[in-house]
Ligand binder design. Structure first.
Ligand code: RTP
Ligand code: MG
Length: 137
């Protein structure tokens, strides 16, 4: 089943010079392709749209603050079961719980600064691709 997903390399990944490492892990996966890639600093309106499901949670404001603290790398990744696969490659939200070998398991330190975002379902992927790459909707 060919799918597409929206991946963000968060500001901590850019600050820590882990972009190449993470991009290469994605490219190493046979059958997946990066079909869009852009570095940009996110404004509040974009983040409010992206994280709408988390409004009101205690971590919401610190999350938006962190996500706008520096540039991110936004990507569309396409390929076989890439939604489930990218979530597995990212690892659990909490880096301490994330499996060794996953991006968060290997490089993550705290739950908020967990390096990478990947869409969690086909519906989320389509919604998020529209936010970050409206031309690709
Ligand atoms: P993401 O959306 O970034 O791919 O991560 P996720 O699905 O694994 O986690 P989610 O529950 O959607 O949370 C979104 C992001 O919010 C930050 N967070 N902080 N307790 C906390 O301080 C907390 N919980 C979540 C993380 O950056 C998480 O990735
Ligand atoms: Mg999420």
């Amino acid at each position: 089943m060919t799918q597409r997903t929206l991946v963000l390399l968060k500001p901590d990944a850019v600050r820590r010079s882990l972009v190449g490492e993470i991009v290469s892990r994605i490219e190493r996966k046979a059958g997946w392709r990066i079909t869009a890639l852009e570095m940009r600093t996110l404004d509040r309106a974009t983040l409010e749209q992206h994280y709408a499901e988390h409004v009101g949670r205690p971590f919401y404001e610190p999350l938006l603050e962190f996500m706008s603290s520096g540039p991110v790398v936004a990507m569309i990744v396409e390929g076989e079961r890439v939604i489930e696969g990218m979530r597995a490659l990212a690892g659990a939200t909490d880096p301490i719980a994330a499996a060794p070998g996953s991006i968060r398991g290997d490089y993550g330190v705290i739950v908020r600064e967990n390096l990478v975002h990947a869409s969690d379902s086909e519906e989320s992927a389509e919604r998020e691709v529209k936010i970050f790459f409206p031309g690709r909707a």
